[in-house]
Ligand binder design. Structure first.
Ligand code: URA
Length: 244
C-alpha cells in the first residue's frame, strides 16, 4: 500500500496560500487552527496529508481548503483571460485570493478565449490536466456558436469529413459534429483543442462567430444554476465523468 505523505503543518498551510510559516505560527498561537476539534498550537508538528483533512481541520473557523487534486468548474464570464501572463481581468481573480499562492499552482485545463464564455475547468493536478487536454483522449468539447451569417447547409458534412485544414496548419482537423439549432446558431462538438479552433472552423466556411459559449466537456455539462462568474468544486465522480 502507498505510504501517506506527511508534512509540517506550517509548511502545508503556507503551500496552500494561507500565509507565511511565521504567520501560521502566530495564527495557531491565537487559537486560529484546529485539528479534530482541538486547538493545534504547534505548527512544526508533522501530520499525514490526507484527502479528509478539510473535514478535520479549520483555519479561522473555516474548513481547510482541499489539499490536493482540486478541480474547479467555473462558468467563465466574457472579458476574462485564462493566461497568467496577460494584463486585465483574469479568471484566477474570481477565485479566493490565497489560491494564487498555492503550490502546486492552479491552472486552467485548456483555455477559452477572452470573448468565449462557459464551462472552464481549473486544477492543481498536473497529471489530470495533461490527461484532459491530450489529443489521444478525445475528450469532447461542445460549443454553442452564434453566427453572423446563415449556415449554408454544407458545414456539417465538411466538419465531419476530417479533411478541414485550418490556415497555417499542416494537419487536417479530426472529424467534428455539427447540430444546427437555427439558421444562425449551432452546437459544434470537437475532440481537439487547437488555437481559436471553433472560430477558425467557421471562418473556413466564410462565416464569422459572433458569440461562443462552451456548454460541456466530456461528460460534464455546465449546471443551469451556475451563473457567469460562479464556480464549484468537483467531487471524485464528477472528475471521473470528464472521461466518459
Ligand atoms: N474555439 C475557439 O475559437 N475559442 C475558444 O475559446 C474555444 C474554442
Amino acid at each position: 500500500m502507498a505510504k501517506t505523505a506527511t508534512s509540517r503543518v506550517d509548511k502545508l498551510l503556507s503551500s496552500m496560500g494561507y500565509g507565511s510559516r511565521r504567520e501560521m505560527a502566530l495564527m495557531a498561537r491565537a487559537g486560529g487552527i484546529t485539528l479534530d476539534g482541538a486547538d493545534l498550537l504547534d505548527v512544526t508538528r508533522r501530520i499525514p496529508v490526507t484527502r479528509d483533512l478539510p473535514t478535520r481541520m479549520t483555519i479561522d473557523g473555516e474548513p481547510l481548503d482541499p489539499v490536493v487534486g482540486m478541480v474547479i468548474l467555473l462558468n467563465k464570464p466574457l472579458g476574462m483571460t485564462c493566461s497568467h501572463k496577460e494584463t486585465g481581468p483574469l479568471v484566477y481573480d474570481i477565485l479566493p485570493a490565497r489560491w494564487k499562492s498555492r503550490n502546486p499552482t492552479i491552472s486552467t485545463i485548456g483555455r477559452l478565449d477572452k470573448q468565449t464564455s462557459g464551462l472552464l475547468l481549473l486544477t492543481d493536478d498536473g497529471d489530470l490536466l495533461h490527461r484532459v487536454i491530450s489529443p489521444k483522449r478525445h475528450v469532447k468539447k461542445t460549443y454553442r456558436a452564434k453566427l453572423a451569417r446563415p449556415l449554408t447547409g454544407s458545414e456539417g458534412d465538411l466538419f465531419a469529413s476530417g479533411t478541414v485544414m485550418l490556415e497555417g496548419e499542416d494537419k487536417p482537423l479530426a472529424p467534428a459534429e455539427l447540430e444546427v439549432l437555427s439558421p444562425t446558431e449551432a452546437l459544434l462538438s470537437v475532440y481537439e483543442g487547437r488555437y481559436h479552433q471553433v472560430r477558425r472552423m467557421f471562418a473556413a466556411t466564410g462565416n464569422h462567430v459572433e458569440d461562443l459559449h462552451r456548454e460541456s466537456l466530456g461528460g460534464l455539462t455546465l449546471p443551469d444554476d451556475l451563473r457567469p462568474g460562479q464556480w464549484t468544486l468537483l467531487g471524485e465522480a464528477e472528475i471521473a465523468a470528464i472521461f466518459q
